[in-house]
Design a protein around this ligand. Structure first.
Ligand SMILES: [Fe+2]
Ligand SMILES: [Fe+2]
Length: 235
């Protein structure tokens, strides 16, 4: 069963052929190379990154969902303010598939800790997805969106409005999430001396808000509260 949030985005694809192809790929996001089949953690378990953003369980789906919301806002601006035309089917498919092979570049142990997978020693998630999209005969416009989603830092810069929208949305969400995680880590370390490890987005936003509303005492209280909640979830 495909994750409900991802499914909601799939349903935004009006072209039935493209929708079916994207759906099929999402149902079976494995990569085979040299006779070996590689699978990663599920979309629900996977983080969206190991170091900079969405570094916790569930981060992958959160990132795709947030990227979609930002991409829709960018499509609205492109069309309603600038009078451009955006193919929203391609944007939805691009958002859904841009990081589809991030999970295969991760491993997860019994404690729920993530690390880089053996496949990641050979190829990055963009090369993997580009190769698989070509193998599955996806349209060139969609392969381009995925290949160009790192903007100037990737193998090719965005050359269509759809690729630009996905790149910008991806970038904005990575920064929104990553910078709040960084700020929360800094604040909890300053308030408690050791900091609160492995915060998720909800916890990090709560910490930053507590500092703005109640100062350092608020940070301390929030850290205590989060630690209590974590303990009660374990038991
Ligand atoms: Fe990516
Ligand atoms: Fe991404």
């Amino acid at each position: 069963m495909l994750n409900a949030k991802l499914k909601e985005i799939v349903e935004e694809i009006h072209n039935s052929e493209l929708r079916a192809k994207v759906g099929d790929f999402l149902e079976n996001p494995t990569f085979s190379l040299d006779g070996k089949l590689y699978t990663g953690p599920s979309f629900e378990a996977s983080p969206g990154g190991l170091a900079h953003h969405h570094t916790y369980q569930g981060g992958y789906v959160e990132h795709v969902w947030a990227t979609w919301k930002i991409a829709v806002a960018l499509c609205d601006v492109a069309e309603q303010v600038y009078g451009g035309k955006v193919d929203r089917d391609l944007v939805a498919a691009g958002v859904l598939l841009h990081d589809i092979f991030k999970p295969v570049t991760y491993t997860m142990n019994e404690k729920g800790e993530f690390a880089s997978s053996p496949l990641a020693d050979y190829l990055d998630h963009i090369s993997l997805a580009t190769a698989e999209l070509v193998r599955r005969n996806f349209p060139a416009e969609l392969v381009h969106i995925v290949a160009a989603h790192y903007g100037s830092y990737g193998p090719i810069r965005p050359r269509t409005i759809e690729a630009l929208v996905v790149h910008l949305a991806d970038n904005v969400d990575s920064q929104l999430n990553g910078q709040v995680l960084d700020a929360a880590w800094y604040l909890t370390r300053k308030a408690t001396g050791e900091g609160l490890a492995k915060m998720n987005s909800k916890e990090a936003f709560e910490v930053v808000r507590a500092k703005a509303n109640e100062g350092w005492n608020g940070v301390q209280t929030t850290v205590d509260k989060i630690n209590q909640e974590r303990k009660s979830q374990k038991t």
